[in-house]
Design a protein around this ligand. Sequence first.
Ligand code: ASP
Length: 327
Amino acid sequence: MKILNAILGATAVAAVSLFSATAGAQTYPDRTITMVVPFSAGGPTDTVARLVAESMSKDLGQQVIVENVGGAGGTLGAARVANAEADGYTVLLHHIGMATSATLYRKLPYEPLNAFEYVGLVTEVPMTIVARKDLEPTDMAGLIEYAKANKDTVTVANAGIGAASHLCGMLFMSALETPLVTVPYKGTGPAMTDLLGGQVDIMCDQTTNTTKQIQAGTIKAYAVTSPERLDVLKDVPTTAEAGLADFQVGIWHGIYAPKGTPAEAVERLSKSLQVALKDENVAARFAELGTEPSPEADGTPDALKAKLESEIARWKPVIEAAGQYAD
Ligand code: ASP
């Protein structure tokens, strides 16, 4: 009898889990999804995430809420998602820092290439070299001269080692062959507040955070790191025009889920991302901020995986040559 009960029990359990597996696949998502942004609220990554999350929420029929987990150049938020339950209800929206931190941090609490499932690429955002509005120099040549002459006092804000602003600042200092004083924040949202208040001098930050301020004249812009000038910042020269040849960088963003997230959930998220990439409202808001959605074909796991792998390989020698690490 005991044996029979055990067999019946086992059969019932099998039937229940088969049922819930099937029901789960059909009903995902059936509750709120958390999208972790590994930087402060109000900054460039947060802005991108909120626009995409709003569009994905409509498509998924469930809220995608943004949670900001800033600190350590984006690695704290990434670690949080790497260790989250792999159930499709926690995802990460991160940028190029996922690739650079793989080399910059000798000890990371996760392996960038092994800790995540890939959902897809979101956008690639140009950067701008900007300063507080009353900084003396009026163009890049003047800024370079000024920075070299005042290297012990000129301050450069960034969002911590591994952030896009850190990478761009590093490229700027290496172009100048002059180290400047860096001031780390948990995101360039709060760094922008200090730039507006005149507490820091310079920042290299994404157009998603700087465009409105440049247009309003509340900060000064010296260059944009894209190959062509941007429609929304017509008066701002490219880095090449401003005398910094080979200084081009685009901050690509992707969505990740913890390793082991069910394939059906990853596929559903990826499809929803592709809908967001075609959403006219997302495109219009991105355009106002000097960027555009990634092509729909790049909103796929394969495209993000290939991008991350190639970008880790691209930045490794640059970082090693600069010899800058976060231990
Ligand atoms: N993306 C960061 C933020 O949202 C800034 C950075 O990476 O420089 O604050």
